[in-house]
Design a protein around this ligand. Structure first.
Ligand SMILES: C[S@@+](CC[C@H](N)C(=O)[O-])C[C@H]1O[C@@H](n2cnc3c(N)ncnc32)[C@H](O)[C@@H]1O
Length: 386
């Protein structure tokens, strides 16, 4: 069957690579999604193992409709009892592009009416809506008059690994952090350091990756578990196989942050997820930080100057540049920031640049290779006056 994984803009190729490694066929990157061919087993595996996907959709119906009457009629023609019963709750998510249908909520409402009416006509009863935690999640994508209706096999977005406790004001999205590790080609044998680790998202994703722990390992529920064809035995086998592949490599994964709260949040998360042997974190300012290893990789997400206020964000980025140049010779440094102006003031020449999105926020993820006698972008111009 044809399946579709949603992701962030800029992450499509990394996600396609992950799907190929899982054995997916006909993998085709699209805009903010990757399509692939797979069976039920691959659908379960992908939900458990994909680090850079947000949700996995199974298209069940596509048609064209020019107005709400036609939309209602086309949805009514489909047999919804194949997918759920009146005792299941459901919810509909919709996105619309184009001029014909302008309001996604209206499209969802019309589709809901058509589904509910079909059940009511057949059984005299109707399934209930539950927008918080539905058994069945239906996804509607509209582009002009073209509708694609899918079942969302994941339910809650896959970026919710479960370790986020909500106390940090500016966390990176977990899927984005996982994508950054893959783009940077980080491997467990490379010492990893995040000197502004916040709630430790990069460190947590790295430690789970190093130990081969699937990102959704701690998650109890996926939408496919409410589908009539849910195969519990197959699911248990996939989980057992995953558990057999857990490893305990020696890794150096180190974080620091100026705020004690960030250090506490990271420690707590790593303790709860039994990653406290791999992740070490302490309170320190980047300006006082010495490299935790002779060489390694920094992947970090400094304040952008919006959610986390800094008096002078430009000066702060200059300071980051100075610290990197003087103390981290030999290291590969990756910085992600939505403050493109400030990023230039690191005053090192990037050897790679990627545009990624942290939720709705456009960011750049840039690499600086810190050779001996590092390269500056701008050499100070000296004027000769004599
Ligand atoms: C954008 S947040 C990092 C978020 C993190 N990636 C996460 O997923 O939670 C930036 C962090 O930099 C820290 N910070 C600000 N100034 C710092 C400094 N001078 N030295 C070290 N950390 C600093 C802040 O306390 C904050 O936690």
């Amino acid at each position: 069957m044809r399946l579709l994984v949603k992701t962030f803009h800029g992450v499509e190729d990394v996600l396609a690579e992950e799907l190929l490694q899982l054995g997916a066929k006909n993998v085709v990157p699209q805009k903010r999604a990757v399509a692939f061919e797979g069976d039920k087993e691959l659908l379960y595996r992908a939900n458990l193992h994909l680090r850079t996907g947000l949700r996995i959709l199974q298209p069940i119906l596509s048609f064209r409709a020019k107005d709400d009457k036609e939309l209602y009629a086309k949805i009514s023609q489909h047999d919804w009892s194949k997918h759920f019963t009146i005792s299941n709750t459901f919810a509909i998510d919709s996105v619309v592009f184009g001029e014909i249908f302008k309001h996604s909520k209206y499209v969802a409402l019309k589709a809901k009416d058509a589904i509910v009416d079909q059940f009511r006509k057949r059984t005299g009863k109707r399934p209930s809506i539950d927008v918080e935690s539905p058994d069945i999640s239906i996804n509607i994508h509209v582009s002009a008059d073209k509708f694609t209706i899918s079942l969302d096999s994941s339910g809650e977005s896959l970026h919710r690994r479960g370790y986020r406790d909500g106390r940090h004001k500016a966390p990176l999205n977990e899927v984005l952090a996982a994508a950054m590790l893959k783009i940077a080609k980080w491997k467990p044998e490379i010492p990893l350091f995040d000197p502004m680790c916040g709630s430790g998202t990069i460190l947590m994703e790295a430690a789970m990756f190093a130990k081969n722990i699937p990102p959704a390992w701690h998650r109890k529920r996926f939408s496919f578990m409410s589908w009539p064809d849910f195969d519990k035995e197959l699911w248990d086998r996939i989980r057992d196989e995953a558990e057999k592949n857990f490893t305990s490599p020696r890794v150096t994964i180190i974080g620091a942050d100026a705020a004690m709260l960030s250090v506490d949040i990271t420690k707590q998360a790593s303790l709860e997820y039994r990653l406290n042997r791999e992740i070490k974190v302490s309170k320190a300012l980047i300006e006082n930080q010495e490299p935790p290893a002779k060489i390694g990789m920094i992947i970090t997400n400094p304040p952008y100057g919006e959610r986390l206020q800094k008096d002078n964000i430009i000066d702060f980025y200059k300071l980051i540049g100075t610290v990197l140049k003087h103390r981290f010779t030999g290291w590969d440094v990756w910085v992600i920031s939505a403050n493109l102006k400030a990023l230039k003031h690191i005053e090192l020449k990037p050897s790679e640049k990627h545009t990624l999105y942290n939720g709705p926020l456009e960011t750049r993820f840039v690499k600086f290779k810190l050779y001996e006698g590092s390269m500056k972008i701008r050499t100070p111009r000296r004027s000769r006056e004599m």
